[in-house]
Write a protein that binds this ligand. Sequence first.
Ligand SMILES: [Zn+2]
Length: 288
Amino acid sequence: MIWGPLLRTYKNRYAAFLARTVIHKTAPADFFLKFMSKQKNPFGTAAYVLTFDFDFEKDIEAFPYLLDVLKKHNIQAGFAVIGKFVEKYPDIHKRAVDAGHEIINHSYTHPDNPHWAPDRYFNKLPYTEQKDEIEKAHEICHKILGIDPIGFRTPHYGNLHTESVYPILAELGYKYSSSTAACGYKGFGAPSMHSHGIMEIPTGCSLNFPLAIFDSWNMLRKKKPFLGDDAKFVQEFQKTIQVIVENKLFLTHYFDPYDVIKNGKIDIILETLQQSNISTILYRDLFN
Ligand SMILES: [Zn+2]
């Protein structure tokens, strides 16, 4: 008796899974739009949050230029910063705060950063050490930069992200985490409530690669990159923004500063944002 309906449910689910797989492979842009259209955009109008992760010394070297070019285009961004770097380079971080950019807590040492924490993995740390990493970075931002971040990004995102960060963030009075990938998270690329009163803001994908994070690592730098070419990278960004604008969607990306200042990619990204009918906002604007 029960097998008929069960089998039908299973068959339907399998058919839906197959359809999704096929459409993703054959018509990724259709898949992207269908997926993103399910989101609840809290702004109701096309909105974009630009963020950067400062993981390595070469990202710090790119910092002054990045601040200059953001100023030139009158765009503010979110900077996921490491406590260790704030201690080592306080002035450039202070300059970012003075320019109105948002500071995102990115842990104290960024396990497995080769500079200080080569063999540590955030998700493998005991709860007390995870808590220490987050709290210490927070205290440094407070003491050195004079600000209290309200958001956190797990070092290395998805793979090293863990549920245990949410109670830690709640205890610190944080409002959000941006540590998941849009393709694997329930919000369809938009912010949604996760747990412990913390909002999760997943990092976004792009029009032709809806199941990957759109960043320079995936698109350009890894062994078999999706694009492998700077011109294609900016084209993909431009096409994606166009679809976001046309459909009044929410999107957020993160970039590695060192990678995107190379060959003027950041200039084109900022020009695209400035010229398209999109609001560039900050994560903290979600809570005002
Ligand atoms: Zn990082």
